[in-house]
Design a protein around this ligand. Structure first.
Ligand code: SAM
Length: 222
């Protein structure tokens, strides 16, 4: 089936709020576990960038798991960054190593640093031009930096999108079920992501399908 794009930014306050309230406990725990499984024994230290950080849950999880890392979350939605900063004010043990920056890629004012890792969850499928994510990775990741991008994978049909929503978001509010459905339809197939990486000169990164609806891109920057 053809990709059906959705709005890039989640900048409606109610939508951002509903997303921040969603139950992503298992899914986000698995993101960090999957990172660890693809980079066995790695102890991240230094600056780490989280692109499309939303309300910051993944950002805080990486900060909690890697005490030598300093996380910067970037998102183009003012509503999401406000929620991330609200949470930061509550995270007294982590907030010194976590900060958030409002800005859409391309063009977000990402500071020039030796970024030792770039992580991103569920951003790629939002992008109308997916190349902007890979260009940001190519530009900001230090040589040898860990790159880890996780996202949804587009099913073969809209019926299959509906089936996945019923299977995995049965008890969620309608707004989140609709977002999930639209996101599945907007996501990329593994072959499309491989082509994007080749186009961006990032062939060192690998694409793995990790579930019936998720793929990851990972590897060390050349
Ligand atoms: C589905 S949310 C994922 C949030 C977070 N990474 C998580 O896993 O909970 C996608 C986020 O990407 C942001 N986004 C979309 N396009 C963007 C862009 N071009 N630059 C920066 N952020 C963007 C949206 O505003 C939204 O907050």
């Amino acid at each position: 089936m053809q990709r059906i794009v959705e709005p890039e930014l989640m900048d409606v306050a109610e939508q951002a709020e509903a997303y921040a309230q969603g139950d992503f406990e298992d899914a986000h725990r698995r993101i960090v576990e999957t990172f660890e499984s693809r980079f066995p024994g790695v102890e991240l230290a230094g600056p780490v960038l989280d692109l499309g950080c939303g309300p910051g849950d993944i950002t805080f999880r990486f900060a909690a798991r890697f005490p030598e890392a300093s996380l910067v979350g970037v998102d183009g939605s003012a509503a999401m960054i406000a929620l991330a900063n609200e949470r930061r004010s509550r995270e007294t043990g982590l907030r010194d190593r976590v900060s958030f920056l409002e800005g859409a890629i391309p063009g977000a004012p990402i500071p020039a640093r030796r970024w030792m890792a770039i992580v991103s969850n569920s951003l790629l499928h939002h992008l109308h031009r997916p190349a902007v994510l890979w260009q940001a990775v190519a530009r900001h990741a230090a040589p040898g930096a860990r790159v880890f991008v996780a996202d949804l994978m587009r099913p073969a049909s809209l019926e299959e999108c509906g089936r996945l929503v019923d299977a995995y978001a049965a008890g969620e509010p309608e707004v989140l079920r609709r977002d999930f459905y639209n996101s599945l339809a907007a996501a990329f197939e593994p072959g499309e992501v491989r082509a994007q990486l080749a186009e961006a000169g990032l062939d060192e990164l690998q694409v793995d399908v990790i579930s019936d609806r998720h793929l990851i891109v990972f590897g060390n920057r050349r």
